[in-house]
Write a protein of this length. Structure first.
Length: 160
């Protein structure tokens, strides 16, 4: 009886997890060595857009540890379009409130954050887009950042 319950639980969990990812168009999360992000080590994400008429929600995935020393975290994101045009953004994330309560989910020292960066965004050209991300803090090494990533989900009209 316990074996059937356990197998049913595993099957249900796998089904639930696979259904959660049906809207994911692109996802890449990169691990930072020794949970430290150096200014000299930018992260690069390359995705191919095949339909310039489609809409997406773009998320930033950030995993920090409780060793992170400030309330906010800043990054510089350079976007290179298929035609060679580039743009740069400065992004800021609040990782804990003024009382030190972490905004991310998770128990223990690792906190997972998923920030909506651009809702219902459309890419103007088909082709490869490259996002180069550099930590933008006032120190060359930021401790307490273990992973950083970008997820692009297919946008769907909200159901009424």
């Amino acid at each position: 009886m316990k074996k059937k319950y356990f197998l049913g639980l595993i099957f249900g969990s796998l089904l639930l997890l696979s259904s959660c990812n049906k809207n994911v168009y692109y996802s890449d999360i990169q691990t930072l060595p020794k949970e430290t992000w150096k200014t000299s080590e930018p992260l690069t994400f390359t995705m191919e857009i095949k339909d310039s008429m489609a809409f997406y929600n773009m998320f930033i995935n950030l995993r920090n540890t409780t060793d992170f020393e400030t309330q906010n975290f800043y990054v510089f994101m350079k976007t290179t379009y298929p035609n060679g045009h580039t743009e740069q953004d400065t992004l800021g994330f609040i990782l804990c409130d003024k009382f030190g309560k972490w905004t991310g989910k998770g128990q223990g020292r690792i906190k997972d954050n998923k920030f909506l960066f651009q809702p219902k965004v459309r890419f103007p050209f088909n082709g490869k887009y490259t996002f180069t991300v550099t930590q933008g803090m006032r120190t060359d090494k930021v401790k307490g950042v273990s992973d950083f990533g970008i997820t692009l989900e297919n946008w769907e009209e909200p159901k009424k």
